[in-house]
Write a protein that binds this ligand. Structure first.
Ligand code: ADP
Ligand code: ZN
Ligand code: ZN
Length: 742
């Protein structure tokens, strides 16, 4: 049943062959006869098809006259699941193009782009019922419900017009009870219906734009069709205001806007801001949603019911009935890159999508990725600058604390502890950033050198004091903390920790500032639903005096009371094997610095380092991202790294190191043979940075070429040929085009 793209074979009787992308790890399409009755399904619809003794849900990509396969051997489509295509043509085209660009099986691309329930053959939901105020409900003064805050919030929201349950849930989680109570009282009712024609509510006005913001808005709204904008502005410079003003006219014209944000930035505060300022007709899409909610959001976007669709990476695949604008905030954020399965980059697909749908794309950031800067320099993006903080607050001063020979405690230099104490004394807030969970990355026996490594990953397990366990951050394996050295000949009861995590910083603060109220924000302290919100509230209300956090505190939050930021450990990023480490470090420090001094009070940032002479610190102290980027781009150019040379990475993992190695060697030899002397280079194989993960051995092969075209010329025949390599039989492998790290 294999087919070629340009089939010239025999035509079956009764018209047409249905070419289907089936979600299996094979880079080809499959031909089927149309169903017995009815007309052949249209491209972009789902079909149920027989496949290798079972059944699969695939997506029709074309209906052709003839097949390369003898029609007598073709099987029939078992069921057509959709009458209309699931994606408008431009988006469908984008998905097909993306499968080609990433050399990924097309069926798996469609599967990744669909909400899970649809991928399994479910049906898109009916339009959601809408809750509205009854005439009695309109008479009720919400303030009179002061003792039932959730009922009050719901009633207030409904005064602006009908809302679906999914939308109401973004206002008050757990709304079943309050909704029922309001309905029992006869104040609200649910009905089927659509608001597409309903008049828009009057959104809350914002501040007057400053001239830089106004200029940016003007450039964006003047775009006709596709154009790409790189909106550069430090945290607090008013980028979000620019988004609002660019979005409003699109909504007025009846268009929809897709807003993509990093995983961590999708906070209730951000949603509330969008709702107040633009529209309550908001669909939210992220991986944490229950399946039904996700499907409802997807359908609201597709039907045009939702005016603004906000989501993380995978929301880039959401169909829009009337696309008008795409915004991607924090465009440099690594979370836009999908790191498993279909390994796409959300930013790159957002741009390709804008080009196909003919709508402008705005990339906003304080610290552009070097790729985007390079594209802007080459004139592919229009640059928009917001050079100063809205409201005129000064950028915080950045200073270094030389850690050489310093008697640190819990990772904190005495100088930093003094600064924190003085800040708390003044009634202001301090924020300490350390991107390491747990108490210490290593537990060590000083007697014999024993450390506890993960039995599956060969990496030290992190000591979590609060949870009383050792945890592997790579695979999640955990083990109890030994009371003494487990080596039989040793048994030393005095185990020591090496290095620091946020838990240890928190403890050091408790020792030195016993009166201060410290809040720790990391994955371990925010697992319970609502706990992150509670912590953010404590910070915003000024209850918390010192905040200790991982990257969870870096992004998206407004902490106006913070006037001191401490970067506890910067050294890891200075001399890393990862070619993006310095870029990330610079971005993170500027971003966390952006938390400081947002209000009237100027902020101060201290960076602890053992390498104060490092070239990165000059530009960092001057907040000069452009100077840093220039330096870093020069190094990338010299080393032939992105954005100057395109890369792809073939990753393999197997039960033994030899099997992974052998597969990659066979792949390399095949690639060299296929590519010939056209400049594509296959480098390796080499062990992966994490050589063993969950008990499997990992290695990788790097592919690079003089330009993107040459790279794709080499990958196109190679990727499908890898599927047939004998050495690959017991190997799990994946191809990563434009990998985030090597
Ligand atoms: P960013 O998205 O760049 O971090 P925001 O748009 O969130 O910046 O703006 C930061 C703060 O400054 C917000 O409280 C916002 O309301 C305020 N702000 C933005 N633009 C203006 C302006 N032109 N005048 C006054 N305040 C502004
Ligand atoms: Zn020991
Ligand atoms: Zn592990």
């Amino acid at each position: 049943i294999q087919s070629d793209e340009a089939a010239t074979g025999t035509a079956p009787e009764g018209g047409g062959v249905v070419r289907v992308a089936v979600p299996v790890p094979l880079r080809r399409l499959f031909d089927y006869l149309p169903p017995e009755s009815g007309s052949p399904p249209r491209p972009g619809t789902r079909v149920r098809v027989p496949f290798r003794g079972g059944e699969r849900i695939g997506v029709v990509v074309a209906v052709e006259e003839r097949s390369a396969v003898d029609p007598a051997r073709l099987k029939r489509v078992a069921e057509v699941l959709d009458t209309d295509p699931l994606w408008p043509d431009p988006l469908f085209g984008l998905l097909r193009w993306a499968a080609g660009y990433y050399h990924h099986p097309e069926g798996e691309v469609f599967d990744a782009a669909l909400p899970g329930a649809l991928g399994r053959g479910g049906q898109p939901p009916e339009p959601p019922r809408l809750w509205t105020l009854t005439s009695e409900g309109r008479e009720v003064e919400p303030a009179s419900l002061g003792r039932a805050p959730r009922q009050r919030a719901l009633l207030e929201a409904l005064q602006d017009g009908p809302l679906s349950e999914a939308e109401l849930r973004t206002i008050a989680p757990n709304l079943r009870g309050p909704l029922d109570r309001l309905a029992e009282r006869g104040w609200i009712e649910a009905r089927a219906g659509s608001r597409v024609a309903a008049p828009a509510v009057e959104p809350e006005p914002g501040p007057d734009l400053n001239p830089h913001q106004a200029a940016a808005v003007e450039r964006i709204t003047a775009a006709e069709g596709f154009d790409a904008f790189l909106l550069e502005g430090v945290t607090g410079s008013g980028k979000t205001e620019v988004y609002f003003h660019a979005i409003a006219p699109v909504l007025e014209r009846g268009g929809q806007v897709l807003v993509l944000v990093p995983e961590i930035a999708l906070t209730p505060q951000l949603l509330a801001r969008f709702r107040r300022r633009l529209t309550p007709r908001l669909a939210v899409l992220h991986s944490g949603l229950a399946e039904g909610e996700r499907l409802a959001g997807w359908e609201a976007a597709r039907s045009g019911e939702a005016q603004v669709v906000i989501g993380t990476r995978s929301a880039v695949f959401t169909p829009l009935a009337r696309p008008g604008l795409i915004i991607l905030d924090e465009e440099h954020d690594p979370s836009f890159k999908q790191q498993e399965g279909f390994r796409y980059h959300g930013r790159d697909l957002a741009l390709a999508r804008g080009a196909r749908e003919g709508v402008p794309v705005v990339l906003g950031t304080a610290t552009p990725s070097l790729e985007s800067l390079y594209n802007a320099e080459r004139g592919r993006y229009r640059r928009l600058h917001l050079p100063e903080r809205a409201g005129g607050a000064d950028l915080p001063q950045v200073g270094l604390i030389d850690m050489r020979g310093v008697a640190e405690d819990g990772g904190l230099a005495p100088a930093l502890l003094r600064e924190v104490a003085a800040t708390v004394e003044r009634g202001e807030q301090a924020l300490l950033f350390l991107n390491r969970r747990g108490f210490a990355p290593v537990l060590l026996c000083p007697g014999c050198g024993w450390t506890r490594e993960c039995p599956h990953c060969d990496r030290p397990m992190t000591f979590h004091r609060g949870r009383r366990l050792l945890l592997c951050h790579l695979c999640g394996h955990h083990a109890p903390v030994p009371l003494q050295c487990p080596e039989a000949h040793c048994g030393n009861p005095d185990l020591q920790t090496v290095g620091q995590g946020v838990e240890q910083v928190e403890q050091a603060l408790a020792r030195h500032l016993p009166e201060a109220r410290v809040v720790r924000v990391d994955r371990d302290t925010t697992q319970r639903k609502g706990s992150l919100e509670a912590k953010l509230d404590a910070i915003q209300s000024g209850q918390a005096q010192v905040i200790v956090g991982t990257q969870m505190v870096v992004k998206g939050h407004h902490f106006p009371g913070v006037t001191l930021v401490g970067v506890v450990a910067a050294d890891g990023g200075l001399y890393s094997a990862d070619f993006r480490a310095r870029e990330r470090l610079f971005q993170q420090v500027l971003q966390v610095a952006g938390r400081a001094g947002r209000a009237e009070r100027p902020g101060r940032v201290w960076v602890q380092t053992h390498h104060p002479e490092h070239a990165l610190f000059g530009p960092l102290r001057a907040h000069d991202y452009a100077a840093f980027a220039e330096m870093e781009l020069a190094e990338r150019r010299a080393a032939l790294l992105p954005p100057f040379a395109p890369l792809a990475l073939l990753r393999a993992e197997a039960g033994t190191a030899e099997a992974a190695q052998a597969f990659l060697e066979a792949a390399r030899d095949l690639g060299r043979e296929q590519a010939g002397p056209d400049g594509t280079r296959f480098l390796g194989p080499a062990p992966a940075p994490v050589e063993r993960l969950e008990g499997r051995y990992r290695a990788q092969l790097l592919i690079t070429a003089g330009d993107r075209k040459a790279l794709h010329r080499a990958l196109a025949p190679w990727a499908p040929a890898l599927e047939g390599l004998r050495a690959g039989r017991d190997v799990r492998w994946s191809l990563d085009v434009d990998p985030a790290d090597l």
